[in-house]
Ligand binder design. Structure first.
Ligand code: PBG
Length: 327
């Protein structure tokens, strides 16, 4: 059927028809809000390059979590800012580490919240790399044990899901084994399976104070030029026992999200990262774009590309928009 018999505009005439045939939808329970946990009390410190995102002390987390739940956002992912850093990132797996404390506080006060934890060492190492070092390079195999200890300590504190973001080879199976050996076989692993060495992480590194003190992360995070390699990374993680595959960043990698969706049958998550958030915020503040509309269109595009789950600093804003029935 061609014009004039077929007129695509026929089905775009009004919002009822448009809504009836809408292929992709967003819902608040597909969103995960990242939270940065800081030491101290009553700390609510805005991150300069991420307006609307705060470092919160443990005592202020429950209120934030309740607000999320009211909006229908049922999951958060925790990142910690430890008081002290060292060469082996021991704050990451300390029984009384900042994230472990945050988990216990949230489980006590808001038990229905789904708590995901980021499993990585870079926020806890004084050199800012995602593992321990050997001859100034990240020692993959020695790091695995520390990551497994970190994931286990999160599970022991009460985390509902762990998400390794370090990009060491073999970490998913190491973490799975550590969890299973300790009766945490029901704790899912959301693997940052396809994580690129991206300049879009800039604001996050300010927020979490975890920029590498020398070199960069290109020795372990993926080269932005590669997509076949993304499939190999994801294949390994599936074989090692991942429950959810994540692609990160999101918007500059929509093609990768689509490929992962088509090739694998596990749920796919995408991380709409700090730099992607900051750009929309900055242009919105200048009045150059309509922030809310661009946010909604962006998150919808990530869903359309194939992501089931989106980690985004916009989670609450998007949920508010959904509650108002605006999209
Ligand atoms: C830890 C980690 C990072 C992000 C999530 N986990 C930083 C990095 O890899 O440099 C980035 C998140 C964001 O930019 O929003 N490794």
């Amino acid at each position: 059927m061609v014009f004039p018999e077929y007129r695509p505009r026929r089905m775009r005439q009004n919002e009822t028809l448009r809504a009836m045939i809408r292929e992709t939808r967003l819902s608040a329970d597909q969103l995960i809000l990242p939270l940065f946990v800081a030491p101290g009390k009553k700390v609510r410190e805005q991150i300069p390059s991420m307006p609307g995102v705060y470092r919160l002390s443990v005592d202020l987390l429950a209120d934030e979590a309740r607000e999320c739940l009211q909006l229908g956002v049922r999951s958060v992912i925790l990142f910690g800012l430890p008081e002290k850093k060292d060469g082996v990132g021991s704050g990451a797996y300390a029984k009384n580490g900042i994230v472990q404390k945050a988990i216990r506080e949230l489980k006590n006060t808001v038990p229905e919240l789904n708590i995901v934890t980021d499993v990585c060492l870079c926020e806890y190492t004084d050199h800012g790399h995602c593992g321990c070092l050997h001859n100034n390079s990240v020692d993959n195999d020695a790091t695995l044990e520390l990551l497994a200890k970190t994931a286990l300590s999160h599970a022991e504190a009460g985390a509902d899901m762990v998400a390794p973001s370090d990009m060491m080879d073999g970490r998913v199976s190491e973490i799975r084994a550590a969890l299973d050996e300790n009766s945490f076989h029901m704790i899912p692993i959301m693997s940052y399976a396809v994580k690129y060495a991206s300049a879009f992480y800039g604001p996050f590194r300010d927020a979490a104070e975890c920029s590498p003190q020398f070199g960069d992360r290109r020795g372990y995070q993926m080269d932005p030029a590669n997509s076949r390699e993304a499939l190999r990374e994801a294949t390994l993680d599936v074989e090692e026992g991942a429950d959810i595959l994540m692609v990160k960043p999101a918007v500059a990698y929509l093609d990768i999200i689509r490929q992962i969706r088509d090739e694998f049958d596990l749920p796919v998550a995408a991380y709409h990262v700090s730099g992607e958030y900051a750009m929309i915020k900055a242009a919105g503040e200048k009045g150059w774009i309509d922030e809310q509309a661009v946010m909604a269109e962006t998150l919808l595009s990530i869903r359309r590309a194939g992501a089931d789950i989106i980690l985004t600093y916009f989670a609450k804003d998007m949920a508010k928009l959904l509650q108002q029935g605006c999209i």
